[in-house]
Design a binder for this molecule. Structure first.
Ligand code: KIV
Ligand code: ZN
Length: 522
């Protein structure tokens, strides 16, 4: 059996320090509920001394989420009585509460931030732990800026606070200064001494990402004996953020052979958690972000798509379903090769000869250049158009006519009556609608909803620019829910309103493809 690593999630404390990411009490509870589903071991719910609002949020998290002994709830205090009391009074409602306190150990913190002597700071830390222990059995002590601290002073602090009753020692790389090899050596040395002193005291690390090494440092700490790691969802946090929980968890699970350690995280909830945190905090996830980025499981290069179709392990080390995503995404673009396009056509059970395919492939490349991403319904239409052009009998006529094509639209943005008129075709049928909405996109989507036969919920609407300047290509991505299943669709255009409409119709058409070809075989 490999070693269990404790997962301490600080999305609601360090993560919430990101400018603009502050959550209200209901949002905090929603994230905390999701963290419980994700099965983190410890939730750091906030910094109660910072405001009455934060105090109340932490108290509610302790009461509602901490009502079972299998999750620990904590919150942050400076090493002063007022902060420690605030944490105690907020987390005491949990079945398994802990006080977390922080005090710097580096010369910079001791001399410049506190203008005190090392002995004075050490005594403040000892007294704070002793006081916290009168309130609660579990106390974590964080030696802020540990990676830039003098080792002997760092150790004398850790030794003294353990004697005073600290049950967890957290070693933060507060400014992201550490490099993996050095940090690993530090953790190894500290762990050896701590375990000799008291094997029940857990050693933890908390790494920041200023040099892009937070995850690497955290993993190196695990390799060198750390029992517990502090992370955030999507790696959010102060400045460049913290070690990303999903990266650490998936590194341990994918490379368990090397790390010989595991977490008890419910990996299937990783993607849901990432989305909830991103949307509630208004912090987009970088598209190429490991594990939770939009492109983390999307393969677009022709060479890679060809390799994947021959054997998935050629270019895939994690199965997307492991983290709660649908199966992998082979995005059909102008760079997709024949093999991927041929395979997509076959999956749609469209039977064409090699000669027909060559002609369709040419049309595919033209469409991909114009549209950027080609969808399954586009393939039906491409094949049908080709067969029509050549007066060849098309057995796909019926399917190709099941999809909606945007003919035209007009959207008026105005504070009183934002309105939209749309016209779409479905085979020979032409449908029109005009509606008023709460804003231009709401009006547009309400109008589209009237002309299509499907009724789904738009869960997420995101617009971003693909190129620069005022003629930038805008990319719209929407996520919709239909009969309990989530579908993502995108569209790119210089006219972002048109891109919004096309993204909507791409979602509708994707659902329709599934109704025609219920299970795409991969
Ligand atoms: O980065 C840091 O040092 C912290 C401590 C409070 C653990 O966030
Ligand atoms: Zn931090």
């Amino acid at each position: 059996m490999t070693r269990k690593i404790w997962l301490f999630d600080t999305t609601l404390r360090d993560g919430e320090q990101v400018p603009g990411a502050k959550l209200n009490i209901y949002e905090k509870l929603e994230v905390a509920h999701q963290l419980k589903k994700l099965q983190v071991d410890i939730i750091e719910a906030g910094f109660p001394a910072s405001s009455e609002g934060d105090f109340q949020s932490v108290k509610q998290v302790a009461t509602q989420i901490g009502n079972t002994s299998d999750i620990m709830i904590t919150a942050l205090a400076r090493a002063v009585k007022g902060d420690i009391d605030a944490v105690y009074n907020a987390v005491k409602y949990a079945e398994n509460p802990m006080i977390h306190m922080v005090l710097g150990t580096s010369d910079i913190h001791v001399e410049k931030k506190f203008s005190k002597s090392k002995d004075q700071i050490l005594q403040i830390g000892i007294d704070a732990v002793k006081y916290a222990k009168t309130l609660m059995p579990q106390v974590q002590y964080s030696t802020e800026d540990a990676s830039r601290s003098d080792f002997d002073y760092l150790w004398s602090t850790i030794e003294a606070v353990i004697k005073a009753g600290a049950t967890m020692i957290n070693v933060p790389d507060t400014v992201g200064w550490a490099v993996p090899e050095q940090f690993g050596e530090l953790v190894y040395k500290l762990n050896d001494r701590i375990k000799n002193m008291n094997p029940d005291v857990l050693l933890s690390v908390h790494c920041h990402n200023d040099l892009g090494m937070a995850t690497a440092n955290t993993l190196q700490a695990i390799k060198n004996g750390a029992d517990k790691v502090e992370c955030t969802i999507n790696g959010i946090g102060e400045r460049a953020g913290n070690a990303a929980l999903e990266e650490v968890v998936m590194a341990l699970s994918t490379r368990g052979d090397y790390y010989d350690a595991h977490t008890t995280i419910n990996k299937k909830e990783i993607m849901n958690t990432s989305k909830i945190v991103s949307s509630l905090m208004g912090l987009d996830v970088q598209v190429n972000k490991a594990i939770t980025g939009d492109n983390a499981f999307a393969h677009s290069s022709g060479i890679h798509q060809d390799g994947l179709l021959k054997s998935r392990d050629a270019y895939e080390i994690i199965h997307p379903t492991e983290i709660g995503l649908d199966d992998m995404e082979l995005v059909l673009t102008a760079r997709s090769g024949r093999h991927a396009v041929r395979n997509a056509i076959q999956n749609l059970t469209i039977d064409i000869t090699d000669e027909q395919f060559e002609a369709v492939f040419k049309d595919f490349l033209d469409l991909a250049d114009a549209k950027k991403e080609v969808y399954d319904h586009d393939l039906f239409i491409l094949v049908d158009n080709y067969l029509h052009r050549n007066n060849e009998a098309s057995s796909f006529m019926q399917q190709a006519e099941s999809f909606y094509v945007l003919d035209d639209l007009q959207v008026i943005s105005n504070p009183i009556f934002p309105s939209a008129t749309v016209q779409v075709s479905k085979g020979d049928q032409v449908r029109k609608a005009s509606t008023v909405g709460t804003g231009p996109i709401d009006a547009l989507y309400t109008a589209l909803n009237e002309v299509v036969d499907l009724d789904f919920d738009v869960m997420e609407y995101k617009i971003s620019s693909v190129t620069r300047g005022k003629e930038a290509l805008g990319k719209v991505k929407i996520q919709v829910k239909y009969e309990g299943k989530t579908y993502i669709a995108k569209a790119t255009h210089t006219d972002v309103i048109r891109a919004s409409a096309e993204a909507y119709l791409n979602a509708v058409n994707t659902i329709l493809v599934e109704q025609i070809v219920p299970s795409t075989i991969f």
